[in-house]
Design a protein around this ligand. Structure first.
Ligand SMILES: Nc1ncnc2c1ncn2[C@@H]1O[C@H](COP(=O)(O)OP(=O)(O)O)[C@@H](O)[C@H]1O
Ligand SMILES: O=P(O)(O)OC[C@H]1O[C@](O)(COP(=O)(O)O)[C@@H](O)[C@@H]1O
Ligand SMILES: [Mg+2]
Length: 441
């Protein structure tokens, strides 16, 4: 990937050149506007910088998000739509509320509609009516988890979506969702471009899985692993309450183990973490079952956190199922571990007590915690700034302490995963004391 791949698109033909009133103090000091060439480096190490200088390469960087002085859209006749798609995630209502408030109060955009039940809401056959959104109608929604607009999975016809956007005279579409939603947003942008329409498409990264590339965290992720933290601590009591007590907590994380890894790091009592990125064996002296038995022989209890996508290689790939959006439906690795442990230890006559805990949707349907609430508000404000400046096919992100904008194709080019040779995974290994490898020897 090169520097140019990271350039955010701007709508072609400017309709108006409205100006944003600067935010200023009573003494006249104004907060600065962002220029298009304000950028933050992806890699800030000195060695990387030296290497780029030596090879005369333009280092890869992201556009910094923020208010632009010149606006592409004229606020008085701008119409905006907001849609929420994919799985629930803490903070979706905070984002909806902050987009509405920022548009209404900061930009004086008064025409805002909510699309019901994800991309489905654009399609006539479902007969979902748009809802008008005002600061009053979104007043208290941030106190609640879920999404007031409703959501859905499943492919929808992009041509019909753009037909509906045109019919409603929408100028900006905010798509709140994960990688699937962003792929959909890009497809919508391409159809808009093909028809030469001036509609901006903006993404806001929602997913508890935290698997969106080049974004250091998606909103909702932190709340999800914080809820998991409590559950793991309680599970620990179950483990220590019995001789050779084993507690297994399964956490969401379809293809990436960020929730499991961060939750385990936040608890400290976890002894084994299993994630999709790490291959492991059941048998053999270094395999999972022997590692667990040794742990029990030494300490007489064990706390295991397993991400739902871990160990899928134990299941028959011929029976693989997909959800309506084409995402893999993982088999239950928690139940599988429970069965294997029971089989093995019973056959050996090794005493144990096992509790399997699957908090499932509980970690994602709650309202956002304080840090996520703050993060949601700022992501939303920055998405509005960029969209009003005519940027399109972008997702607002966060990197190296800055809010950023990146082209949607870049954000979905690859799923973000834990590097098992990287710092985060080593932190987990050092905190849990688990072996670096659980492969057969
Ligand atoms: N390549 C794509 N083109 C168009 N729509 C897509 C594409 N990929 C996913 N979508 C749609 O985006 C929506 C959300 O995707 P999904 O994977 O369920 O959730 P998430 O956005 O949380 O990853 C679904 O309606 C899905 O059909
Ligand atoms: O709601 P569903 O369809 O059961 O999906 C469960 C999946 O949704 C998630 O919670 C989040 O996935 P998305 O961010 O892709 O929507 C995954 O962790 C989990 O595998
Ligand atoms: Mg997804």
């Amino acid at each position: 990937m090169t520097h140019d791949d990271f350039k955010v698109k701007v709508l072609g033909r400017a309709e108006v050149k409205s100006k944003l009133t600067p935010s200023s103090l009573s003494d006249g000091t104004a907060f600065g506007f962002i220029e298009n060439d304000d950028r933050v480096l992806i890699n800030t190490t000195l060695s990387n910088y030296k290497q780029d200088v030596e090879t005369s390469k333009t280092p890869i960087s992201f556009e910094i998000a923020g208010p632009h002085e010149y606006l592409y859209f004229n606020p008085s006749n701008t119409k905006v739509a907001i849609v929420t798609c994919g799985g629930l995630c803490p903070g979706v209502n905070n984002v909806i509320q902050s987009v509405v408030n920022q548009l209404y109060y900061r930009y004086k955009v008064k025409q805002i509609v909510g699309i019901r039940y994800g991309y489905e809401g654009f399609i006539a056959k479902y007969n979902h009516q748009e809802v008008e959104l005002t600061p009053q109608s979104v007043d208290k929604i941030h106190f609640f988890g879920g999404t007031v607009l409703g959501t859905s999975r499943g492919d929808q016809d992009i041509v019909q979506i753009v037909d509906r956007l045109s019919k409603l005279n929408i100028n900006i579409l905010f798509c709140i969702g994960g990688d699937g939603t962003l792929r959909g947003a890009h497809a919508i942008h391409q159809e808009i471009h093909r028809r030469n329409l001036n509609i901006s498409v903006a993404g806001i990264p929602k997913t508890i899985d935290n698997d969106i590339n080049f974004i250091d965290k998606s909103f909702g992720f932190e709340t999800a692993f914080t809820i998991a933290n409590d559950i793991i601590r309680y599970a620990h009591n179950e483990a220590i309450g019995a001789y050779n007590g084993i507690a297994i907590v399964k956490l969401m994380g379809r293809n990436s183990g960020f929730i499991a890894a961060h939750a385990a790091l936040s608890v400290h009592e976890v002894n084994l973490v299993l994630i999709p990125e790490m291959a492991f064996d059941m048998d053999g002296s270094n395999g999972f079952l022997n590692v667990l038995q040794r742990r029990l022989e030494n300490r007489h209890h064990a706390l295991i956190v397993v991400a739902e996508g871990a160990g899928q290689h134990f299941f028959d790939s011929a029976t693989l199922e997909k959800d309506a959006s084409g995402n893999i439906k993982n088999k239950d690795i928690g139940l599988f571990l429970k069965e294997k442990i029971t089989e093995e230890f019973e056959a050996k006559g090794f005493p144990f007590v096992l509790k399997y805990i699957d908090p499932s949707y509980i970690i994602r349907s709650a309202p956002a915690n304080a840090n996520d609430s703050k993060f949601c508000g700022l992501l939303a404000q920055n998405a509005v700034h960029a969209a009003m400046a005519g940027k399109t096919d972008f997702v607002v992100g966060h990197w190296n302490s800055n809010f950023t904008l990146l082209p949607i194709p870049i954000s979905v080019s690859k799923r973000k995963e834990i590097d098992v040779e990287g710092e985060l995974w080593w932190n987990v290994i050092e905190t849990t004391g688990q072996p670096a490898s659980m492969k057969k020897q």
